[in-house]
Design a protein around this ligand. Structure first.
Ligand code: SER
Length: 597
């Protein structure tokens, strides 16, 4: 089956069982406690809580849900690319009962779909059931155990081997710290060549025995005070990892050949993205598995990370989550910067953004399921272009700083902080670089340093002044002030309250003349200073982040006054008059005219 056929097969199966097929909800979650939609059940929370009635007759639904697990309670970011089955973005196929059927039907239909319809050999299947320790919520799930036992016995298999107890971590599912929850029962598949591991690999983080489906029996609401309140009705919430099931079915050629190691990336979900990446980079993807010794491993990881991250980025932007400074927006920015960094491994040197060039492949492959990827394609490409261009401007210098900072296999926390603060390197990117090279980094110390900086900035935002003489930079800021009073610019470096951008309309303080004043977004620019060929804007108010696109506007009245006939227009950026006339001949004239000189 192709991935499209697998998706449809799941939805059709549950349609036969009177489930209404519903569209995926947005990646932008309704629940205030979530960074991203992280499970199929998120959109149904009001039905579980009983605050709204499910509008389906019977009250059952099925769908494929766009999910992101990066940041927050469920976070798979670090594993992506290094293993073959974790993703930041994935589809979750699910079926739901809202106070309708419960464990009996949920388990029976799971068996029917996977074993009877799709044909997975039952001897490769393992079901886990909830077995709490003292102090954990709820009790041993006898009912689920008995139901699975019936199916395994009927298939001639020993339930003692095929049913595995799971603890509160693995078998009591919670959406977040609060919200609907309950015991769950997961299906794991032994994908070893002989399928004879007897359950030893279940929940052992093995890529040869992975969880494909989680059946959650929602009975409680996790309250803010840490208690579990019984819900008015009992519900079913199941989630099947779409890419994993595609891997299971396609890598084994419909369960006929288990000789090949499974990987989600060998499926038609990811292959079209790889083909496009190969075309753009001129490099070839070779399936190298984690742990295998191969020169191609680094490149394989880069392919996988980029293919994963471009989906996360594109689907998020389609749902109006834009890379930015805080919260989920910063998670997205981190993901983008990781992707850009891995792009260097494939030879994308930063001259031209490559991420936007992958978007059309996603449109081709996914718009029949998620039409928003097509309708929002232009916004996605534009956002990726701006963000990638912005990070490209600091990436090489940041990498140089990284290389120069290592002291005997240890990375100083202060330098990691500077990489974050000045070069826009998310901490996890620096951590990743360190991990790749076996360098030790005390991440806690860096976090503490970041927190200290945040506190300082909050407490004394107005007073904190860094003098230009204290810093150095090799940024060249393009000056547009002859032609415009305002412009959009990208923040390239931040030093305390001094913000250096790629462009500016602000004259600098020099030769006894004061620099322009004005605004950066809604903050005040109190003065501007030249550092080498860069323009630094002294900010009062909110400091942006490296990579932000900001609006710069000069205080026009002030410049007109300053440049009255009694004073000379200030020389821009330390250029001599000959530089000026060479670079800006018409600009100078236009500027003079605009001031009625
Ligand atoms: N909510 C469960 C999960 O995300 C099942 O859908 O695993």
């Amino acid at each position: 089956m192709t991935s499209a056929e697998i998706r449809n097969s799941f939805l059709d199966f549950f349609k036969e069982k009177q489930h209404t097929t519903v569209p995926s909800a947005s990646i932008l979650p309704q629940s205030p406690g979530l960074l991203f939609t992280n499970a199929g059940m998120n959109q149904f929370v009001p039905y579980f809580l009983g605050t709204e009635k499910a509008p389906y007759d019977p009250p059952r639904a099925a769908d494929t849900q766009k999910c992101i697990r990066a940041g927050g309670k469920h976070n798979d970011l670090e594993d992506v690319g290094y293993d073959t089955y974790h993703h930041t973005f994935f589809e979750m196929l699910g079926n739901w009962s809202f106070g309708n059927y419960f464990k009996e039907e949920a388990i029976a239909w799971a068996w029917e779909l996977v074993v009877e319809r799709w044909g997975l050999p039952a001897n490769r299947l393992y079901a886990t059931v909830y077995a709490p320790s003292e102090g954990d919520p709820s009790e041993f799930d006898h009912e689920a155990y008995q139901l699975w036992k019936g199916f395994f016995e009927k298939a001639g298999l020993d339930p003692k081997i095929h049913i595995v107890n799971g603890n509160v971590e693995d078998n009591f599912w919670k959406m977040g710290d609060t919200g609907p929850c309950g015991p769950c029962s997961e299906l794991h598949v032994d994908m070893t060549p002989n399928g004879d591991t007897g359950g030893k690999l279940v929940n052992m983080d093995s890529d040869l025995c992975i969880e494909i489906w989680n059946l959650v029996f929602i009975q409680y609401n996790a309250e803010e005070d840490g208690t579990y309140r019984d819900l008015p009705s009992k519900h079913v919430d199941t989630g099947m990892g779409f890419e994993r099931v595609c891997s299971l079915i396609q890598n084994t050629k419909n369960f006929t050949d288990f000789s090949k190691k499974p990987t989600n990336y060998a499926t038609d979900v990811f292959q079209p993205i790889f083909r496009m990446l190969e075309k753009l980079s001129g490099k070839k993807y070779v399936d190298v598995y984690p742990g295998e010794e191969s020169d191609a491993l680094e490149q394989a990881i880069a392919f996988r990370v980029i293919a994963d991250h471009i989906r996360t980025l594109s689907f998020s932007i389609a749902d109006s989550i834009i890379p930015g400074n805080t919260g989920r927006n910063y998670v997205l920015r981190r993901i983008l910067r990781r992707a850009v960094k891995y792009g260097r491994t494939l030879g994308f040197n930063g001259n031209e953004p490559f991420l936007p060039r992958l978007v059309d492949t996603l449109v081709e492959e996914f718009s029949h399921v998620f039409p928003e990827i097509k309708t929002r394609a232009a916004v996605i490409k534009e956002t990726l272009t701006l963000e990638e261009e912005s990070f490209n401007k600091t990436l090489d210098r940041g990498m140089e700083k990284f290389e120069n900072s290592v002291i005997e296999n240890v990375f100083p926390p202060e330098d990691a902080f500077q990489l974050y603060d000045t070069f826009g390197f998310p901490l996890d990117l620096t951590a990743l670089l360190c991990r790749e090279r076996g360098i030790t980094l005390d991440e806690k110390a860096v976090e503490a340093r970041m927190e200290e900086a945040r506190k300082l900035s909050r407490a004394s935002q107005k007073k904190m002044v860094v003098r230009a003489t204290e810093i150095s930079t090799d940024v060249i800021t393009e000056f547009l002030g002859f032609e415009k009073n305002s412009c959009e610019a990208i923040v390239l470096e931040i030093h305390g309250n001094l913000v250096i951008t790629d462009k500016t309309v602000f004259f600098t303080e020099m030769g006894g003349q004061e620099g322009d004043t004005g605004t950066l977004n809604d903050s005040t620019i109190t003065s501007t200073q030249q550092i080498g060929s860069a323009i630094a804007h002294q900010i009062e108010g909110n400091i942006p982040a490296v990579g932000d696109t900001v609006d710069l506007t000069i205080n026009r009245e002030r410049r007109s006054y300053r440049s009255s006939p009694h004073r000379h227009p200030p020389p821009p950026l330390g250029y001599t008059q000959s530089h000026l006339t060479r670079r800006f001949p018409t600009g100078v004239q236009r500027f003079a005219r605009s001031l009625d000189l």
